[in-house]
Design a binder for this molecule. Structure first.
Ligand code: GRF
Length: 215
């Protein structure tokens, strides 16, 4: 059996992606050892879900949102991750903008971060909050999900994997979200598993954006 990569999951809320990732680990579809789940919110359901599965779950309270506050908070997170030997950081509904402190602590020798995020839209469309709702409200016929490496500019790091789905028959934004989450729960473990195997390279696209390709 190949070695499991020590990862941490950072999440602020409900934790359905955490659940999907933990299930993928149990079922042997994701070669990771989830060492710790960290939340900035003490009452985040994800902490209870992790604890119930016997995974260490801790809260590192966020304090403020100024750039300095974010750096102080991220330094505490980095310390916790180092103590646990974590080599990849997985954001799953983490409602904080990460600072250079976290990014630089997990930058690899090729210059890419070992921090990955899942976003509820087909980037570069709908960066920021409420991707599914905005796709619905704009009358889009297709919405989607993006897994990407994290960089300082929010939702702008190299794209690792994307998948779209039809909004056909969706009457509310909640229905769109339900469909999107189902897709997230399949896409995230699969994309993460390829990343952890390290068999990828990064290409620069004509508009300057990077993308991750197998190889
Ligand atoms: C997901 O829609 C994810 O794409 C976004 O935040 C949401 C988190 O959901 N980044 P959950 O906490 O994993 O259920």
């Amino acid at each position: 059996m190949s070695a499991l990569t020590p990862v941490a999951i950072l999440a602020s809320g409900r934790g359905s992606n955490f659940d999907a990732l933990a299930r993928a680990v149990r079922e042997g579809r994701l070669a990771a050892d989830i060492r710790v789940v960290i939340s900035d919110q003490a009452d985040a359901p994800v902490l209870e879900k992790a604890a119930r599965l016997g995974i260490e779950a801790i809260c590192i309270p966020s304090g403020g949102r100024s750039p300095e506050d974010r750096e102080v908070h991220d330094a505490q997170v980095v310390e916790a991750l180092r103590q646990r030997g974590v080599t990849w950081v997985v954001l799953a509904g983490y409602m904080r903008v990460v600072s250079h402190v976290l990014l630089e602590a997990f930058r690899d020798s090729r210059g890419f971060t070992r921090i990955v995020n899942i976003h509820p839209a087909l980037l570069p469309a709908f960066p920021g909050l409420h991707g599914y709702r905005r796709a619905f409200e704009h009358g889009a016929q297709v919405a989607g999900v993006t897994v990407h490496l994290v960089e300082l500019e929010v939702d702008a790091g190299p794209i690792v994997a994307q998948a779209g789905f039809s909004l056909d028959g969706c009457r509310t934004a909640d229905e769109v979200e339900g469909r999107g989450l189902e897709l997230e729960h399949r896409l995230y473990p699969a994309a993460l598993n390829s990343l952890l195997k390290g068999r990828f390279r990064v290409e620069r696209m004509p508009k300057g954006r990077l993308r991750v390709v197998p190889g």
